[in-house]
Design a protein around this ligand. Sequence first.
Ligand SMILES: [Zn+2]
Length: 345
Amino acid sequence: MKVFCSAERQRAHYPRHFLVNGARQANPEVPERLDRLFQAVSTGAHDIVEPSDHGMGPIAAVHTPEYIRFLSRIYERWLRVPDASDEVIPNIHPDRRTAGYPLSAVGQAGYHMSDTACPIGPHSWESIRWSANTAASAAAHVSAGAPCAYALCRPPGHHAFSDLAGGFCYVNNASVAAAFLHRTCERVAIIDVDLHHGNGTQGIFYARADIFTMSIHADPIRFYPFFWGHAAERGEGPGLGYNLNLPLPRGSRDGAFLDALERGLESVRAFAPGALVVALGLDAFEGDPFGGLAVTTDGFGRIAERLARLGLPTVIVQEGGYLCDALGDNLASFLAGFEAAHRAG
Ligand SMILES: [Zn+2]
């Protein structure tokens, strides 16, 4: 499989901290994640390609101009704020998003960041931009006729809304890939298998009937992102019925995950998409530090087989999955399962 990644540029972003239950902790979205995943695809079984620079078009297709200006310039502006922190971190948020747009760097940080997990440092924008280029390049490859491609995106993207960062995510890479595929394909499906609900992806396409979004994740009733990911969220306006959430009880294992996936795939087949984006989080793993679900290394291979059997042109976009011994093995298991079933189908 062709693997897209701009490793040096995508590892430059190095967020230092975030808050967990109010306490300051080391941020787990570290460059070493990329190193481990990159190593797992460097075995000779895959063809690693440097992404092209697609400019701002693919990002602007799914994010607002205000938000793109914010992401690209806020670090330099933050340096001029007296006594500010080393990284951009919000400390005030609007109660609703209809009350005007502040000029202040601090005000805009609160407007565009839903939590403290997305610090912006000196190299963040470069990594964010190239993570999006990685997704766009993989989508361009599939749009041009390749059966599948893997985008090793870092930072991840699925918690980012059109104008809001959150959960280690800034630009929504899976949405960038889906919008890119949509240029040449009438209906695109996004299936998110990350431990956490893909709330940003859901938000971006919530009112659309031409991009079907589905997410399997730990039940948000007691788990991040809390305010999204419930089964009752089904889309709105013309998009009603085009968003499917399949929350699972904490600790669910392979069997429950695969059962939910089979149920969801029935809806995906009925939608009859021409292309697929898989938002591949590996943090549903039983040994992931987030500890929400209990998918095994073999389980990722079986999930991949089911997805490949849809027989669709597919872009696999890396989302979460945090440092643990099996992180690379889980990616290898997924990609091997996907390729074997895609070839057979
Ligand atoms: Zn996650």
